[in-house]
Design a protein around this ligand. Sequence first.
Ligand SMILES: NC(=O)c1ccc[n+]([C@@H]2O[C@H](COP(=O)([O-])OP(=O)(O)OC[C@H]3O[C@@H](n4cnc5c(N)ncnc54)[C@H](O)[C@@H]3O)[C@@H](O)[C@H]2O)c1
Length: 190
Amino acid sequence: MLTKFLHGPSFVSGAARGIGKATAFAFAKYGSPQVAIADVDAATLKQTAKELKDQYPNVEILPIEFDAANTDSTIKAIETAYSKFGRIDHAVNNVGTPGPLAPSISVSTSDFKNLIDINLTSMWVAQREQIKIMLKQEPVQQEFGKVRGTIVNMSSVWGGFGTRDFPAGTAYSATKHGIRGLTKSASFLI
Ligand SMILES: NC(=O)c1ccc[n+]([C@@H]2O[C@H](COP(=O)([O-])OP(=O)(O)OC[C@H]3O[C@@H](n4cnc5c(N)ncnc54)[C@H](O)[C@@H]3O)[C@@H](O)[C@H]2O)c1
C-alpha cells in the first residue's frame, strides 16, 4: 500500500484542532517532510505541535501563531513557513468560523465584515501569497503529476447553496460561496 506519496513541505491553517489538525496529521503520515501548522489559538496549537512531533518524530513541525482577521498576520504566516522550508508544495487554507449565526436583521455590519475578514479575505490573501510562491518554484513530481504546488481552500456545503430553512447561515454561507468563486477563478494559474 502506498503510504508516502506527498513530496515537499505543507502549510495548514486553522490547524490547532478539527479538520485542520486532522489534515496536518495526514500530511505527516503520507510523506510531507515539513508541516507548518498555523492558528490563532496559541495554547492548542502548541499542544497539537507536540502531538505531531511525538507521533512523527522525523517530520519537521512548525507551529505559527497568526490571526486570519489581520491581513499582515496572514501574509507573515505564509512567509514564515516559506522562509523556513524554502518552498510550499501543499497548502490548505482551512480557517473558518461560523460567525454570527443569526438572521441578517439581527446581525450588525461590523460583525458581518469581521466574518468576511476571517473566512473570505484571509482565504484570498493566503491563496494570493501561495500562488506567488508556487509560481517561483520548480515543479515537483507528485503521485498525481508534476506540479509547482497545490492549494485547497476550505468551503462548505453552505458554499454550494442557501436555504430559507437556515436564515441564520446568511453571513457564513456568503463567505463560503465566495471561497468557491476565488478558488475556481484562480485554478488555472499554477
Ligand atoms: N465541521 C464541519 O462540519 C464543517 C463543515 C463544512 C465546512 N467546514 C469548514 O472547515 C473548516 C474547519 O472546520 P472545523 O470544524 O475543523 O472548525 P474548528 O472550529 O474545529 O477549527 C477551526 C480552527 O480555526 C482556528 N481559527 C478560528 N479563527 C481563527 C483566526 N481568526 N485566525 C486563525 N485561526 C483561527 C481555530 O482556533 C481552530 O483551531 C472551516 O473553514 C469550516 O467552515 C466545517
